[in-house]
Design a binder for this molecule. Structure first.
Ligand SMILES: Cc1cc2nc3c(=O)[nH]c(=O)nc-3n(C[C@H](O)[C@H](O)[C@H](O)COP(=O)(O)O)c2cc1C
Length: 346
């Protein structure tokens, strides 16, 4: 499989000549077109793991925001991602913030975006999900409130979205950590989050699915502790850490990629420690991962599932094949028959 060595550098060369958002749109369109022509690549069966009651074919997944409207599931699920998170989706369609709103820092393999939850709305996204060939990959849906919804009513948006997507997805994510919807991060405070968890829990009783909350790397340790307490109180399945970070000197929006790594790692380390006594609560690691060694570090710390975004944009599918190759080599060298065994050996 030479896709990563030949096609992607060529594709990137062309795509990076365009404005970042246009390149993104073209990529999604190409993926839609290519989907029927690509074959599944089998994953090494030793990579399987169980988390949140779901059986993952490997620990590597795609983070939210790349396929906001669930248009490219067919193509993405052919790549070595064991899980794909679509969205953020809001109840009503919305166009997001003014363009330009996506910027590249190629030397730092980082992006800055102030998209503002641009998406086609829950009805259109649901149709795409229903029509997608997922090739047995796990599908997560990332949920957000509409910009026009006041924070006091935010819980109603999240409850509505949960009810809509729970029957058609494997896990759901409450996203209140994007820096690009005014006031959204205020909902990460105890009272805002409690209202949302309470409202979603009512719907969740009727259709129980793994439910996670995605946090920001800009939160204080006190704020993170309060999220952990609420996650335990409302029996959520996990936390996703982290979303993008605000760096005012760079401009508006949230920064992802290598620049984010250290900050996101601090957040993850804190959370992994805070969750040590509750192994049933998963921590999905995302934010700045750009190589196998960093992921290995996360596994050593006790995390399992990892999501990528920026590294996939800058390195293409090559990073996925590289992670799989390195993991397979390490497992063979250590004579580990399962991911669990491998993680205990670290
Ligand atoms: C262009 C862009 C759009 C994003 N949109 C979303 C989104 O809609 N919802 C969300 O939860 N995260 C979104 N993210 C954040 C990513 O899911 C991820 O948390 C973040 O980029 C850090 O991972 P990375 O360093 O591997 O990119 C977006 C990131 C980028 C770069």
């Amino acid at each position: 499989m030479d896709l990563e060595k030949t096609l992607y550098p060529l594709f990137k060369n062309i795509a990076f000549k365009f404005d970042a958002e246009l390149a993104h749109e073209l990529t999604i369109k190409s993926m839609k077109l290519l989907a029927p022509w690509v074959n599944n690549i089998p994953t090494d069966s030793r990579f399987q793991l169980n988390a949140m009651g779901l059986n993952f074919k490997s620990p590597i997944g795609l983070a939210a925001g790349l396929d906001k409207n669930a248009e490219a599931i067919g193509f993405l699920s052919y790549l070595p991602f064991s899980f794909i998170e679509v969205g953020t989706v809001t109840p009503l369609p919305q166009s997001g913030n003014l363009k330009p709103r996506l910027f590249r820092y190629p030397k730092e393999e980082s992006l800055r975006n102030c998209m503002g939850f641009n998406n086609h709305g829950m009805d259109a996204v649901l149709k795409n999900i229903q029509n997608a060939d997922r090739r047995e990959k796990i599908l997560g849906v990332n949920l957000g409130k509409n910009k026009i919804t006041e924070n006091v009513n935010a819980h109603l948006d999240y409850a509505k979205l949960y009810e809509k997507f729970a029957p058609y997805s494997d896990y759901l994510v409450i996203n209140v950590s994007s820096p690009n919807t005014p006031g959204l991060r205020d909902l990460l405070q105890d009272s805002g989050l409690r209202e949302i968890f309470k409202a979603v829990s009512v719907k969740r009783k009727l259709n129980p699915k793994p439910l996670l909350v995605k946090v920001s790397p800009d939160m204080s340790l006190e704020e993170l502790s309060s999220v952990v307490n609420l996650v335990k109180e409302y029996s959520l399945s996990g936390i996703i850490a982290t979303n993008t970070t605000i760096i005012p000197e760079r401009g508006a929006g949230g920064v992802s990629g290598k620049i984010l790594y250290e900050k996101a790692k601090l957040t993850r380390t804190f959370l992994l420690n805070a969750l040590r006594e509750t192994p049933e609560i998963e921590l999905i690691g995302v934010g700045g991962f750009s190589n196998y060694e960093q992921i290995l570090d996360f596994w050593k710390e006790g995390g399992k599932l990892v999501q990528l975004y920026s590294a996939f944009v800058f390195q293409g599918p090559g990073i996925l094949f590289d992670i799989e190759k390195r993991l397979a080599e390490d497992m063979t060298r250590k004579k580990c028959a399962s991911f669990e065994e491998f993680q205990s050996s670290l």
